[in-house]
Design a protein around this ligand. Structure first.
Ligand code: SAH
Ligand code: SF4
Ligand code: F3S
Length: 483
């Protein structure tokens, strides 16, 4: 059904996470074989590619940014929407051309699409040599050896324990200032539209000691910001015996470290190390987390809190576990504890199953009430195997989905502009991340609320904290002068 939608070429906004594709840079340590990885989807996948590069480095691989130089090409794939999978299929068709010229070339599909389609992928895509799901990366050396011997290899085993805690990622896309640290894997939530619980398996939290050690190492290497990553960071729960919140509750084990504790542990590494996190879940975020944020200046005042819809009927059908009123109350708690400056962003889905015009208006009115600084906005794309695909009808016509999505995007742009206008004349502390994309005479960084700030270069360098007075803005960016 969702094929129809992608045929109509309903474009998602360019700023969505899944529209970004990342390729490997060159690392040259004199290794004998070359690996090229292309990563799709969310930050989790980008982080996983850094784990994969680390595992293969030990096997004698350098990474290359030039696919024609590669001995192995991996596509680390995303299944979140139909379009994400279609992009990979198209890319695979191009990669196949390379293989025709270089018969020994090994092509591997990693990530969520590998997990979702498993061996079917080998049947559908004749040139693919290797299929590895998100929990199977330690097995890559073995899978590659089988592929080298001419056998097509597959491992899509999902683990209850794997967190890759002991593997030091090879930072592939780093600006040397900001880095991502994966703190948990999987998701236990079962939102009815979402494929992630199927592709990433049960939720598990990584040993906090390995997280603090990784953040400390990054700080020592000159990094000044870490983002703690998970599908639902608020359900982070760790004890020596159990690292899944639901199992802990069942066994009567109290977590030794919850998310608020973990945030504090990382914040205490050094006041010059900023801490961010993503993604928070409205049903799980606690006042304890908000108070911890308030206590530490270096925990950035920004929360990504996806609401998906403003209609209670739709939220229920989505199995999100909260109501509009609950969500608005969480926003009130955030504003009360952290103030109006705390950056807030959301994800929205337009045209979920049975969504009426009234439900859609409820989403717009919720947006008006909250005034998000930023949102990732999508139209609903039915995913095979999910509860929504099995039990609900994807009955909102594509052109209606498109129109509603556009209304949501327009409303978001208005709000972002208003929120940015309100920052004019104010001074923010900005961590310098590098040159502005448009001009080498300008630098760019972000303020605590996660807004991009651009200012004249002068003698500032990457990793510096500078104070910038905002002089003008667009709906996406703040511009100013350092003081
Ligand atoms: N764990 C995060 C979301 C991860 S997926 C959370 O719970 O908020 C990122 C976003 O993709 C989701 O928030 C949702 O807005 C969107 N998304 C997920 N499945 C989708 C689908 N089938 N169709 C359209 N958008 C979807
Ligand atoms: Fe998907 Fe819901 Fe889990 Fe987010 S919380 S990854 S939307 S199932
Ligand atoms: Fe996509 Fe998998 Fe991330 S489906 S959004 S790559 S968890």
């Amino acid at each position: 059904m969702s094929n129809i939608i992608s045929d109509l070429n309903l474009l998602e906004p360019a700023n969505t996470v899944s529209d970004e594709i990342r390729t490997t840079p060159n690392t040259s340590t004199g290794k004998s074989r070359k690996l090229y990885i292309e990563s799709y989807g969310c930050q989790m996948n980008f982080s996983d590619s850094e784990i994969v590069a680390s595992i293969l480095q030990k096997e004698g691989f350098d990474t290359t940014s030039d696919e024609s130089q590669a001995d192995v090409i991996f596509l680390n794939t995303c299944s979140i929407r139909e379009k994400a999978e279609q992009t990979v299929r198209n890319r695979l068709a191009q990669v196949n051309q390379l293989k025709r010229k270089k018969p020994g070339l090994i092509i591997g599909i990693l990530g969520c699409m590998a997990e979702r389609l498993k061996t079917a992928l080998l049947e559908e895509e004749k040139t693919v040599d290797l299929v590895a799901g998100p929990d199977a990366y330690r097995d890559l050396p073995n899978l590659l050896q089988q592929a080298d011997e001419g056998q097509r290899s597959v491992n899509t085993f999902l683990s209850r324990e794997e967190t890759y805690a002991d593997i030091a990622p090879v930072r592939l896309h780093s600006n040397g200032v900001t880095a991502f640290i994966s703190i948990m894997r999987g998701c236990d939530n079962m939102c009815t539209f979402c494929v992630v619980p199927f592709t990433r398996g049960r939720e598990r939290s990584r040993d906090p000691r390995s997280i603090v050690a990784e953040a400390t190492r990054l700080f020592e290497q000159g990094y000044r910001e870490v983002t703690l990553l998970g599908q639902n960071v608020d359900s982070y729960a760790w004890s020596p015996e159990e690292n899944n919140k639901a199992f802990m509750q069942k066994k009567g084990i109290r977590p030794q470290v919850n998310f608020a504790n973990l945030l504090e542990m990382v914040a205490r590494i050094n006041p010059l190390l900023r801490v961010r996190f993503s993604t928070s879940h409205p049903k799980d975020i606690t006042d304890e987390v908000l108070h911890t944020m308030a206590r530490y200046d270096n925990i950035c005042k920004y929360i990504h809190l996806p609401v998906q819809s403003g209609s209670n009927r739709i939220l229920e059908l989505m199995n999100r576990g909260y109501t509009r009123e609950w969500y608005l109350n969480k926003i009130a708690r955030i504003r009360h504890i952290l103030g109006n400056d705390c950056g807030l962003s959301s994800d929205m889905i337009a045209g979920f199953c049975t969504e009426t015009e009234e439900d859609h208006q409820a989403t717009l009115s919720l947006m008006d009430e909250v005034m998000f600084d930023f949102s990732y906005m999508f139209y609903y794309s039915e995913r095979p195997g999910t509860a929504a695909a099995k039990k609900l009808k994807d009955d909102v016509p594509p052109e209606v989905k498109k129109r509603r999505l556009n209304e949501i995007i327009n409303r978001q742009n208005e709000h972002a502009r208003l929120r940015n206008e309100a920052d004019k004349g104010r001074v923010f502390e900005v961590l310098v991340e590098g040159e502005s994309k448009r001009s080498a005479e300008y630098l760019q960084g972000r303020n605590s609320a996660n807004k991009v700030v651009i200012f004249p270069r002068r003698n500032y360098r990457k990793g510096d904290y500078v104070h910038v007075r905002i002089t003008h803005c667009t709906s996406a960016t703040l511009f100013g002068e350092t003081i």
